[in-house]
Design a protein around this ligand. Structure first.
Ligand code: FAD
Length: 398
């Protein structure tokens, strides 16, 4: 489904949907987020709720059992959930990045096979791009897939993969022709699964390495994948049925991933601002609430203006995405700006909270730990600025 074909809800439908998500956040997420975060526990019950809410199919076409939401509606949902607990958004968003690859580039048979399972949350997963020696430079990956009759045989290792351990599947970037020049021409995308989706039986040759310990983004698992002669059915696995297109699928078609990171960043910034506005009215020094000190007012004013600017950039990018156009520049701007603002606003919120901002009893320390990841994920902010500049030149030739 092209972005422009996504289901454009009426304003009333959207309001009802956001209302339902808001009630769920208040009743089910808010009471447990802090404990799950500090225990770094995978939120099994909330994942079941998210299945029921349809979040694992949020961007999947209704023809395959999804909600087919527009990027505009989707990004509002992501922001709302990130305001309460950002980790949750990774569980369905990384999964949807995998689904988007099948939806946008898969064959009809692949869509019919994978998408209903993804939409139901029955098979969940993420995006397997990064390797120990290749992050930004994706063309340096070493994982290979060799064609053997009707199968591909995969060897290699991936790291930092969200949902690697609790999920079952992965959209895996591989080299099908490791000697190709330029290197991207030898890269392909496979959908791989730890279990047989029909029988639920474990498959040989694919296993998780260790769960990675992180500063923040707790609750969601970030893990390694190791492939040792893992064999998968070529027709179901090779996305689009054609080798050599994987690099484009990984980098070119996933502006929605950057919009999502930007939307999460706005959630972090909004929560940090909300907490700060409330705290500044109750905490007193020198006989008055700190919100009456000009030093704090300057902080709050700047935090509010920048948070709203980030939100508007996300709305702008999401609207552009919904037209179906290529929007590298808009998504890059939203991702870059909103994530830097999340870091800035979370840091200022900590200062406004004084010592209490450093306490694990307050949400601020979590926002402070979660925000920096937004500058790294879905392409680092260094790369975003380079992408923006390249697009500026491309769109404005002299
Ligand atoms: C919590 C977490 C979850 C993640 N989830 C996933 C996931 O689900 N799937 C997945 O595939 N990956 C995932 N990643 C990996 C993430 O995408 C990479 O960390 C990211 O792409 C950066 O790669 P790197 O860490 O290898 O850094 P490097 O590529 O080694 O970069 C190091 C530094 O150099 C800069 N740099 C690199 N090249 C250039 C250049 N050409 N010009 C200017 N600056 C440059 C970078 O911006 C960065 O500052 C995750 C990472 C984390 C921390």
């Amino acid at each position: 489904m092209a972005a422009a074909d996504s289901y454009q809800m009426t304003a009333e439908d959207e309001r009802q949907m956001l209302d339902a998500i808001g009630k769920w956040i208040e009743k089910k997420v808010a009471p447990v987020a802090m404990d799950l975060e500090h225990a770094d526990e995978w939120p099994a019950d909330l994942v079941e709720d998210m299945k029921e809410l349809g979040l694992f199919g949020a961007l999947i076409d209704p023809e395959y059992g999804g909600l087919g939401l527009s990027a505009s509606t989707y990004s509002k949902i992501v922001t709302m959930i990130a305001e309460e607990w950002m980790s949750l958004t990774g569980i369905f968003n990384s999964h949807l990045m995998m689904a988007q690859i099948v939806q946008r580039f898969g064959t009809d048979a692949q869509k019919a096979y994978w998408l209903p399972k993804f939409a139901a949350g029955e098979i969940r997963g993420g995006l397997g791009l990064t390797e120990p020696d290749a992050g930004t430079d994706l063309q340096a990956i070493r994982t290979t897939a060799r064609r053997a009759g009707d199968t591909y045989v995969v060897n290699g290792a991936k790291t930092w993969i969200s949902n690697a351990i609790q999920g079952q599947a992965c959209a895996l970037l591989v080299k099908t022709d490791p000697s190709a020049e330029p290197r991207y021409k030898g890269m392909s995308m496979l959908i791989v699964s730890k279990i047989d989706p029909e029988t639920g039986e474990e498959r040989p040759g694919i296993r998780n390495g260790k769960k990675l310990e992180k500063l923040g983004y707790k609750g969601i698992d970030s893990g390694e994948f190791v492939f040792e002669d893992y064999a998968c059915d070529a027709a179901l696995s090779l996305v689009g049925g054609e080798e050599g297109k994987g690099f484009f699928m990984a980098t070119g078609g996933l502006e929605i991933g950057r919009i999502n990171i930007a939307a999460r960043s706005v959630g972090i910034a909004k929560r940090a601002l909300r907490e700060s506005v409330a705290y500044a009215q109750t905490r007193k020094t020198m006989g008055k609430p700190i919100c009456e000190h000009q030093a704090i007012q300057l902080k709050l004013g700047e935090m509010a203006a920048k948070t709203r600017a980030a939100e508007l950039l996300v709305e702008d990018a999401a609207r552009a995405y919904d037209t179906g156009a290529r929007i590298d520049m808009e998504a890059g701007m939203a991702k870059y700006f909103a994530s830097e603002i999340a870091v800035e606003v979370a840091t200022e919120a900590m200062r406004i909270h004084g010592g209490y901002g450093y306490s694990k009893e307050y949400v601020i320390e979590r926002l402070y730990r979660d925000a920096p990841l937004m500058c790294i994920g879905e392409g680092t902010n260094e790369m975003q600025r380079i992408i923006i500049a390249k697009q500026l030149v491309k769109r404005n030739p002299v």
